[in-house]
Write a protein that binds this ligand. Structure first.
Ligand code: ZN
Length: 180
């Protein structure tokens, strides 16, 4: 016996010969024969088999859909993972960049601080120097022009070989300059 599908009613039937293509019931119908009780029972089995077959087809289709959904879902997760990895890599690159910039800024700051310290020291030195060279020996207001002239003559380095003679003469000349 070979299990085949009837070409007329599309229900399964058991063929005792390979060439048979229609079920016994369709054959009987085509000849105008009446159905007996066993034919009715055969029809019941055929219908039951068809119903069960359709139900299995539905279940198989549902399983196939679940499998393809799961596959699609795992593809989604893969692409999310790839995206997350890309984001992580670009964040790491940015972090490295920021760290480099920070180190450069710190170096610039250190150099600027060193420069500041040098300038502050220079200012202190210059202030000291200014106080030393511009400090009035006597209040300028009390120096009368005659006294100033005498002082210039007496202090002049041509007459004095004191190491401060030049400095004091310069200051006295500056006083005379200011009074004019
Ligand atoms: Zn048939």
């Amino acid at each position: 016996m070979i299990l085949k599908m009837c070409s007329t009613c599309h229900r399964p039937f058991s063929a005792d010969e390979d060439w048979k293509s229609v079920c016994i019931l369709c054959w009987k119908q085509s000849r105008g024969y009446e159905f007996n009780k066993s034919d009715d029972a055969y029809l019941g089995l055929q219908q039951g088999f068809s119903t069960a077959r359709l139900a299995w087809k539905d279940r198989i289709a549902a399983y196939e859909k679940s499998i393809s959904d799961l596959k699609a879902g795992s593809n989604d997760e893969d692409s999310q993972l790839v995206q997350a990895q890309r984001l992580l890599a670009s964040t790491r690159r940015r972090l490295n960049q920021v760290n480099t910039e920070k180190a450069e800024l710190e170096e610039t700051c250190t150099r600027a601080e060193e420069k500041c310290a040098l300038l502050e020291a220079l200012v202190v030195t210059l202030k000291k120097e200014a106080r030393r060279t511009r400090a009035p020996i006597v209040p300028a207001a009390t120096l009368q022009p005659d006294l100033l002239r005498d002082l210039i003559v007496l202090c002049h380095p041509d007459r004095n070989h004191h190491p401060k003679a030049t400095e004091i003469t310069a200051w006295l000349l500056a006083q005379r300059q200011e009074k004019r």
